[in-house]
Ligand binder design. Structure first.
Ligand code: FAD
Ligand code: DHB
Length: 385
């Protein structure tokens, strides 16, 4: 089997890359280890930056997003049992859209298949070879894909990053002393907007997926097991952390899904080795506070699709050579922003009262200074691609 771009991974990065390449007249094949049902049901991100939404519109992928996505013009920082609204649109002119990552994945798969795209699900044993030549290959159980270029879009635990020889990649790894317990519940959201809460027992986040489905997160210790968190225990903790002096009421409902995710910051540099290009979580992870992960994956593959089109149509190498540097500038901005949001909102068990007072001072400054709120808002809404 042969194609121009062999893509490993059918997450947002791999699927969108395949779509963008198709629009540029470049062929690709996507190899995904899981089933279609699995990737379409995996509950993850929910916040799309403005540049992400604009791109999806431009490339014909936003029909359902525009119908079902929830545009948000602000969110709340909640601390000292009180809300402080960050008016995203008033401050920046921009907005974000709440639309589940798995919905984007469904839309992408449908669009690729409708256009005759080649996505192979359930492909195990993928291994990348010969990326230092002009004819790289992806071997997998039962077959092989020859290509001009390999795109490693296989997420943080994928195989492609590991095929870069030792000494080529420099990795930056920061493990945060927190994890997020995520809960999806069939309950009407308790507030029209997202609420990021700093509470003495730890961070909590109120988000949503639709007018009928609420998404909630709780900071827990990284060693916690989901089996030890009964639904009642989760709701009790959420009620406690989200309580306000003006009587906020958290609506409960049947739990659809719950899981615990550790938090880390990770970057691998450079994002290219020979004809292997890493994109999305395969190259970098951010802590989720601030909702940047999927949006970074989208930004990477936009840059990559243009670079690969120039290479494969015109033999131009400048854009593939600058691919890594171009992406890493945005990646490090997002790492910094996510770190800032995380440290401002979470409670580390070894943090002293001094640190806690600093957090509250930062939160009050952000809530009351137009300059500070605007800086937060422009990062949150998303800097232009
Ligand atoms: P993935 O989505 O991980 O896709 C990689 C794909 O490769 C998967 O389908 C996987 O099955 C496949 N694969 C792996 N190994 C192989 C292999 N060997 N062979 C073949 N296929 C393979 N981001 C945001 O922007 N906004 C948010 O609000 C947000 N919230 C989040 C909340 C949580 C709780 C979590 C966990 C993440 C959140 N993120 C958020 C991050 C976001 O989900 C990721 O950054 C995003 O999924 C990255 O997309 P990707 O395509 O690079 O990787
Ligand atoms: C969601 C996830 C995030 O990481 C975030 O910062 C905001 C919302 C969500 O899943 O809804």
């Amino acid at each position: 089997m042969r194609t121009q771009v062999g893509i490993i991974g059918a997450g947002p990065a791999g699927l969108l890359l395949s779509h963008l390449l198709h629009l540029e007249g470049v062929d690709s094949v996507v190899l995904e280890s899981r089933s279609r049902e699995y990737v379409e049901r995996r509950v993850r991100a929910g916040v799309c930056e403005q540049p992400t939404v604009e791109l999806l519109r431009e490339v014909g992928l936003a029909d359902r997003l525009d119908r079902e996505g929830l545009p948000h013009h602000g969110f709340s920082l909640r601390f000292d049992r009180e809300d402080h609204r960050i008016a995203l649109t008033d401050l920046t002119g921009g907005s974000i859209t709440v639309y589940g990552q798995q919905e984007i994945v469904k839309d992408l798969i449908a669009a690729r298949l409708a256009a005759g795209g080649d996505i192979r699900f359930g492909v195990t044993g993928a291994a990348v070879h010969d990326v230092e030549t002009d004819r790289p290959r992806i071997a997998f159980d039962g077959g092989e894909l020859e290509c001009d270029v390999v795109a490693g879009c296989d997420g943080f635990h994928g195989t492609s990053r590991g095929t870069v020889p030792a000494g080529v990649l420099k990795t930056f790894d920061h493990v945060y002393p927190f994890a997020w317990l995520g809960l999806l519940a069939k309950a009407e959201p308790s507030h029209e907007e997202l609420i990021y809460t700093n509470h003495e027992r730890g961070f909590a986040l109120h988000s949503m997926r639709s007018p009928e489905v609420t998404r909630l997160y709780l900071q827990v210790d990284p060693g916690e097991r989901i089996e030890d968190w009964s639904d009642n225990r989760i709701w009790d903790e959420l009620h406690h952390r989200l309580a306000t002096d003006d009587g906020f009421e958290l609506r409960e409902g049947p739990v659809i899904e719950k899981s615990i995710t550790p938090m880390r910051g990770f970057v691998a540099e450079p994002m290219r080795h020979g004809r292997l290009f890493l994109a999305g979580d395969a190259a970098h992870i951010v802590p989720p506070t601030g909702a940047k992960g999927m949006n970074l994956a989208v930004a990477d593959v936009l840059v990559l699709s243009r670079a690969l089109s120039a290479l494969l149509h015109k033999g131009r190498t400048d854009l593939v050579e600058s691919y890594s540097d171009t992406c890493l500038r945005r990646v490090w901005r997002a790492e910094h922003f996510s770190n800032h949001m995380t440290t401002m909102l979470h409670r580390a068990s070894d943090v002293d009262d001094y640190q806690h007072r600093l957090q509250l001072s930062q939160l009050r400054y952000t809530a009351t200074s137009t300059a500070a709120a605007t800086s937060l808002a422009e990062n949150y809404v998303g800097l232009p691609f």
